[in-house]
Ligand binder design. Structure first.
Ligand code: ADP
Ligand code: MG
Length: 345
């Protein structure tokens, strides 16, 4: 009989966990299992006692529809942790959900991807919640670093790697070399701002009030960063602000393009400013290696082409933009010795 090294045996039973604590979505990956949770970063609590009633999909359904006794919110909305008690509660709820559904006897090691703007106090709060929720060891990593690793960039090499992660609340632009972040900038514009821009546009032009969820659907279906020849349109339902009754109209992609121009230009500026701030040796690497895009916002039609046009650099969208952070964090946990320098201290 062949002897199985203890380490391999242990790894077979391992339930190590990687968590992407995103502003829009929280994703959890468990080793040997894959993605076990992918839900909106929303939590609903009783307003009197702060007791958590729901998190994720169930809580998202409550957004904007709660009685006074319940508060449903997105605690990470702007990228920094707006309300860290709520963030903690949400995180603990998700981890328990995943952890308790599994019959294992080993407490997992956990790694959490956190926004680059996180403070030491917030970082500690995240670590404490993960510990309370059953972690044996806990590590944190900056989201853009995890995204770069998840997108397959060679972050360990002495070369400039640029990642642009467009999430719900923020766009994080980072340049990474030798497992360290050389430059990082977080702009408070992402998918949410795009949705809001569409709401505002429709309100101003047609006196029609639409919800942010509707705006998000419009963005995903016909939003574009460069206008093409084929004309697309979509039916939109909302409330007429003059008559007060529900109304339907058709919105064209040219109109959505116009609405999105402002948030898109902020994203382009953030990319430009990163390029201007890059040390010269690394900039020259970027000319060859180009820019990698991740996050849900990277999927906006033609945004990659626009960024390439505006910067003159090659641009690529990661294979799995919504999963880059969690997969990258998972990889770090798998190869902890190699990636130790990439962790947050
Ligand atoms: P976070 O990391 O902040 O949680 P995600 O990376 O999960 O954010 O991305 C969520 C954002 O991506 C949302 O604003 C969503 O509307 C947007 N998004 C998802 N799919 C698309 C798409 N096909 N086109 C444009 N935006 C998209
Ligand atoms: Mg993210």
């Amino acid at each position: 009989m062949k002897f199985w090294p203890a380490r391999r045996l242990f790894s077979f039973f391992s339930n190590d966990m990687a968590i992407d604590l995103g502003t829009a979505n929280t994703v959890i990956y468990v080793k040997n299992q894959g993605i076990v949770l992918d839900q909106p970063s929303v939590v609903a609590v009783k307003s009197q006692t702060s007791e958590v009633l729901a998190a994720g999909n169930k809580a998202k359904l409550m957004l904007g529809k709660t009685p006074e006794s319940i508060v449903a919110s997105r605690p990470m909305r702007d990228g920094v942790i707006a309300n860290f008690e709520l963030t903690e509660s949400m995180l603990r709820y998700f981890i328990r959900d995943v952890h308790h559904n599994r019959k294992t006897f080993v407490r997992p090691r956990m790694i959490v991807g956190v926004p680059s703007g996180i403070t030491q106090v917030e970082k500690r709060a995240v670590e404490d919640s993960a510990k309370q929720a059953g972690a044996r060891e806990i590590y944190t990593i900056m989201e853009p670093m995890a995204a770069a690793i998840g997108a397959g960039l060679p972050v360990g090499e002495p070369t400039g790697n640029m990642i642009v992660d467009i999430g719900g609340g923020t766009t994080e632009v980072a340049i990474i070399s030798l497992k360290d972040v050389v430059y990082c900038k977080s702009a408070r514009v992402g998918g949410d701002e795009m949705d809001k821009a569409i709401v505002q546009y429709v309100k101003r032009k047609y006196n029609l009030l639409i919800g942010e969820k509707t705006a998000e659907t419009i963005k995903i279906k016909i939003g574009t960063a460069i206008l093409s020849d084929e004309a697309n349109q979509i039916e939109v339902k909302g409330r007429d602000l003059v008559t007060g009754v529900p109304k339907t109209l058709m919105l064209t992609d040219a109109e959505v393009f116009e609405a999105l121009s402002e948030p898109i230009s902020v994203i382009i500026d953030a990319v430009r400013s990163a390029l201007e701030n890059a040390p010269p040796e690394l900039s020259s690497d970027l000319v060859d290696r180009g820019i990698m895009m991740a996050g849900g916002g990277a999927m906006l039609k033609n945004l990659d082409i626009l960024i390439s046009k505006e910067t003159g650099l090659p641009v690529q969208v990661a294979e799995n933009p919504l999963l880059c952070v969690v997969l990258g964090a998972g990889k770090v946990l798998d190869e902890l010795d190699f990636f130790r320098d990439a962790l947050l201290k």
